[in-house]
Design a protein around this ligand. Structure first.
Ligand SMILES: Nc1nc2c(ncn2[C@@H]2O[C@H](COP(=O)(O)OP(=O)(O)OP(=O)(O)O)[C@@H](O)[C@H]2O)c(=O)[nH]1
Ligand SMILES: [Mg+2]
Length: 351
């Protein structure tokens, strides 16, 4: 699963990418698009680590890619199209902070207007793509269904609506995903605010932006790039003190990573033990046997039963597997069992 960080020039995309992935310098990736994994913070994994004191704790991760601010409104280059196709979602970064030392691409602009104009550019970029594809129809044999799909996209885009606003059949979705369209992907809006705006919970254009995001169904997360950079340099206890001064308990980056996980419809189950506490990433609604395959294909193939207890119940029993077992609270589930976010699982298998 990969999220592309995109947005207007100098809005803070690379800063956000580096904060999320811990990359020191993203410029090391010559000419290409820097990519990296971001750890998804999880208090449950932290608590399970306190309980089991394992040699290793592995958190869930999501891949991010740091895009340059490409000239939207035109045809996307072949290389860029390839990169965009690989994305499952987009994080659009817009600037609210007013630091006079950072130049504006054009004139100063409020984040609601910046986002609206960026979304317009995405739609126009997609429209150019659709029209190019439709015009090329003669040399490329497309099925009638695909042709209709592209025409439906064209209609939406001409009305200045994102492709994601359309109602698509289950058969259409894989086709849509395979195009490099920007506006067909789920979107998360990341607002780069300054310290004052963070504390005051407001800035020019905020109400308008909240409405825009609500109407489009886009989650919105505010973060302060400069503050997050300071936080990332600190040790844990110091971090918490520092954040408390700004009236927050969780860093903007942690909130953003969690929102990205949700945006992708991902959930975590845990495996626990003295060796390792690990959060495993699966899609919501994954059955137990398939979830086992995340760990190893042998476990999926030789699946017998899943021994399951939910994190909440486990903790309410004092965080003891023995107590859970003695009280018959470790459920034995079959291969069709739908794994829940926060399940602690021990797979029984035989190969
Ligand atoms: N004052 C202030 N400056 C910031 C903040 N976030 C980023 N910057 C600065 O803004 C400038 C642009 O940040 P980048 O992260 O490079 O922005 P970008 O969107 O990747 O820029 P391009 O890729 O060139 O479009 C850098 O000098 C950052 O240090 C912030 O929250 N406050
Ligand atoms: Mg950049």
């Amino acid at each position: 699963m990969k999220i592309g960080i995109i947005g207007p020039a100098l809005s803070g995309k690379t800063t956000l990418f580096q904060l999320l992935t811990g990359a020191i310098s993203a410029s090391g990736n010559k000419g290409g698009i820097p990519q990296g994994a971001a750890r998804i913070p999880d208090l449950r994994a932290d608590e399970l680590t306190s309980v089991f004191n394992p040699k290793k704790t592995a958190y869930a991760t999501v891949e991010f890619a740091d895009f340059p601010s490409f000239g939207t409104g035109g045809e996307v280059s072949g290389e860029m199209a390839g990169r965009l196709k690989a994305l499952d979602a987009l994080a659009v970064v817009v600037r609210a902070h007013r630091d006079p030392s950072i130049p504006w691409p054009k004139e100063p602009i409020t984040p609601d207007k910046a986002f609206a104009s960026f979304q317009q550019e995405m739609i126009l970029t997609d429209l150019v793509q659709v029209e190019t594809l439709l015009a090329r129809n003669k040399d490329k044999k497309r099925t009638a269904a695909e042709e209709e799909l592209l025409q439906a996209c064209q209609l939406l885009l001409e009305e200045m609506k994102p492709i994601s606003a359309g109602t698509w059949s289950d058969e259409a979705l894989p086709f849509l995903r395979n195009y490099a369209f920007l506006s067909s992907r789920p979107v998360l809006v990341a607002i780069n605010v300054d310290e004052e705006q963070l504390v005051e919970h407001t800035y020019n254009g905020r109400d308008e932006l909240v409405t825009q995001c609500q109407e489009a169904g886009y989650p919105m997360v505010e973060f302060c790039g400069t503050l997050e950079m300071e936080i990332s340099q600190m040790e844990l206890p110091e971090q918490q003190e520092f954040m408390a001064e700004y009236g927050v308990t969780q860093s903007g980056i942690a909130r953003l990573a969690a929102a990205a996980y949700q945006l992708l419809d991902l959930i975590s189950f845990f495996t626990v033990g003295e060796d390792e506490v690990r959060a495993w990433t699966i899609n919501a609604m994954t059955p137990a046997k398939k979830a086992a395959g995340k760990i190893h294909s042998d476990i999926e193939r030789g699946f017998i039963r899943a021994e399951v207890i939910h994190y909440d119940e486990f903790m309410s029993l004092g965080g003891s597997l023995k107590t859970a077992r003695d009280q018959g609270k470790l459920r034995l589930e079959g291969k069709e069992y739908i794994v829940h976010d926060g399940d602690i699982i021990n797979f029984r298998f035989n190969v």
